[in-house]
Design a binder for this molecule. Sequence first.
Ligand code: FAD
Length: 466
Amino acid sequence: MLGERGADVTIFEKETFLGGRAGAWTETLEDGTSFEMERGFHAFFRQYYNLRALLRRIDPDLSMLAPVPDYPICGPHGSESFAGLSKTVPLNVAQLALRTETMRWRDLLRVNVRAAMAMLAYDQDEVYRRYDGMSAAGYLDSLRFPPRARRMLFDVFSHSFFNPEEEMSAAELLMMFHFYFTGNPEGLLFDLAKAPFSTALWQPLAKKLEADGVRINMGCPVDAVVRREDGYAACGENFDAVVLALSVEPLKALVANSPTLDDDGFRRQVATLELTRPFAVWRMWLETPVEPGRAPFVGTTGVGILDNISVYELFEDESADWAERAGGSVIELHAYSVPPEMDEAAIKNDLLRGLYALYPETETIAVREERFLLRRDCPAFAPGSWRDRPTVTTGHSDLMLAGDFIKLPIPSALMERAAASGFIAANQILAKRGVRSEPIWSVPRRGIVPPNLLSVPGKARRRSMQ
Ligand SMILES: Cc1cc2nc3c(=O)[nH]c(=O)nc-3n(C[C@H](O)[C@H](O)[C@H](O)COP(=O)(O)OP(=O)(O)OC[C@H]3O[C@@H](n4cnc5c(N)ncnc54)[C@H](O)[C@@H]3O)c2cc1C
């Protein structure tokens, strides 16, 4: 955006590949095939309006993405589907509640309707004021859903944000419900990248940036930023404005190492940021294919730490080529919020148990090759963290933050939050210079139920104890 509008822009990227946590780099299999390894499957939801506006710059029809026909949730006792649901709230919620086999009528009568209303009554100020101090687990308990229904309908939501329920803010979970389901006019389905992220997204985006005159310095970490009278200095160069689009730990390290960024409020906010638990991504090249009819992607629940299974040759060109040549399958298993005491061997055992339970044919298939990543760099959204969460603007003029952990005025998460925060940061810089800004898109900012109908967490319990 800045480059498009004539600004002289330089990007410093620590890694030798673009894309950060959604990046990809080249590796070689033992048979000599080179492939793009990623930090795992990513879903491109239809309400990622700002991310899509970014991607449309390189592919106006978004032909790099393909829709998934369904987003099933599989557990040991069956599966749940989000396909065919109305896009209208609350019709979609009612359809899901009525068609799920995990709830009977008498279960529905036990549900705490007032607490459940919070899923339809999103209002940023109210929801964070009332629910940020509560854990997502506490909120989900308060709904009184039967355990199986809770697992099938809610585990996937809470797990998808990498934070364990007990350590995640209920307000953040409610924002996610609104953003992904109850306030999402696009439906819960999503699209997938048809090619590795490097070839589908980052290489074309890099070309576009360079065409706009943007300099990209790869393998160039920025260790510190120095505030000057008339702007900032980093890596020996001077700049009028800076956007720090880093993940949590590098941002904390950079600020700690930049004493001239001396606004106390800003430093305190950055210092409050934390990481959540590690996640694991395990990609395997199998000798023979998985059963026909397997979905490209399934969310999983009730099978240990396994959170999802992807069958890559069903959607990604590079894996499809390999699978055809080798007559096998390329699958990927994810586990989020991995208990810190689990080592690689324990994680792999647990993931395999889950895979065999749901895709029994894989138990006898030999693994020709594998890549396993165990990383810890996703942001925590702990109860009570909203108040001090940093915003795009900081205590320093023309020093902006962007990333998936930044407090935004719109409901948004993950890649979309990263893209939207980047757009907002660029708009701030442009507005100050009287240059046309970029529209920021959002799902409706409020739910369909007035927020004054929200129950006050804890009140019902206190009353019953009197
Ligand atoms: C396994 C997994 C699955 C996921 N699935 C999904 C999904 O399905 N849908 C979804 O929307 N999101 C998903 N996400 C989340 C998504 O990847 C992130 O929300 C998003 O990529 C965050 O982008 P970001 O720009 O905030 O941060 P990052 O991508 O972390 O970007 C930060 C960049 O800063 C660079 N950097 C760090 N330090 C320095 C320094 N000192 N100097 C210069 N550069 C530096 C890094 O190399 C990186 O390129 C998933 C994440 C993981 C790990």
